[in-house]
Design a protein around this ligand. Structure first.
Ligand code: SAH
Length: 256
């Protein structure tokens, strides 16, 4: 795997994700207000400084600062920061700013999409925070040098989302099936939907409903975790398992 190494011309270790203009080699891009503020006020960039620019859709480029309003794209770079599999996190809406935290960490951990949902025991019944969450995902992608910014979808109803997903995993603290059983259901060619409940958890009716639609309920261990811990730790474990799928599944010939 090739890792992009910063050389001394890349004075500042900055990645900017630009989704408001087409990012292509030799283009000059007029920066929006918040990127101007970030580059010049926060990061103290100067004319000529080099940086990385992602298009948020899977490509990353080197570029340089032309003046106080614009950057010039130089060329596409090879940078392996995306996984070959896709995880879609379906997260029960959480109270306060806990969703912010989950979105930031799930983005760092590489998820491709986050879909908040409302279920029987949800406390918040809706949210007007989507634009804020998109910004958090963009900034977390920049921090992690991701080439892809996860899509943050509108809040859905649990049942509708289950019907749409048709497969995937739901984490349920009452399940007797350990997470390793996931190997029985994995299909690397289609995205993996992960369902994590809200603070109040899932009702057994909801778990039955999901299972009818082919979603498997699994346990994350002996202890009950907070929803945000469950989301982040399950993504981390699954990413590891999926990244090493061939070694773990084939070499050890796991039969569950
Ligand atoms: N309401 C429950 C706990 C809910 S925890 C109670 O208080 O007893 C919030 C969510 O985290 C759950 O819906 C589930 O998706 C996930 N979760 C927490 N601990 C888990 C575990 N040990 N196994 C699987 N999922 C877990």
């Amino acid at each position: 795997m090739f890792r992009f190494i910063y050389n001394k011309n890349m004075a500042k270790n900055i990645t900017l994700c630009i989704q408001y203009a087409e990012v292509l080699p030799d283009r000059v891009i007029a920066l929006d207000k918040s990127d101007i503020k970030y580059l010049f006020n926060v990061m103290r960039c100067k004319k000529g400084d080099k940086l990385l620019i992602s298009d948020g859709k899977g490509k990353i480029f080197s570029g340089r600062i032309l003046n106080k309003n614009s950057i010039e794209i130089i060329k596409e770079e090879v940078l392996e920061t995306e996984d070959r599999f896709s995880i879609i996190l379906c997260q029960g809406l959480l109270k306060g700013d806990k969703m912010d935290f989950v979105i930031q960490k799930a983005t760092e951990l590489g998820v491709k999409e986050i879909i908040p949902f409302i279920s029987e025991r949800s406390i918040p019944k809706n949210s007007r925070k989507i634009e804020r969450w998109k910004k958090i995902a963009k900034e977390a992608s920049e921090q992690s040098k991701r080439k892809f910014v996860p899509h943050i979808k509108e809040v859905r109803k649990f049942n509708d989302l289950v019907e749409e997903a048709k497969s995937g995993i739901l984490f349920w603290e009452n399940s007797d099936k350990p997470l390793i059983k996931v190997f029985n259901y994995l299909n690397l060619d289609s995205p993996l939907f992960l369902f994590v409940g809200p603070e109040g958890g899932f009702s057994s009716e909801e778990v039955c409903f999901a299972e009818k639609f082919g979603i498997k309920s699994l346990s994350l261990g002996k202890r009950i975790l907070r929803a945000e811990t469950a989301a982040i730790s399950s993504i981390a474990i699954l990413s590891f398992l999926l990244e090493n799928y061939d070694i773990i599944k084939i070499k050890n010939d796991i039969k569950l």
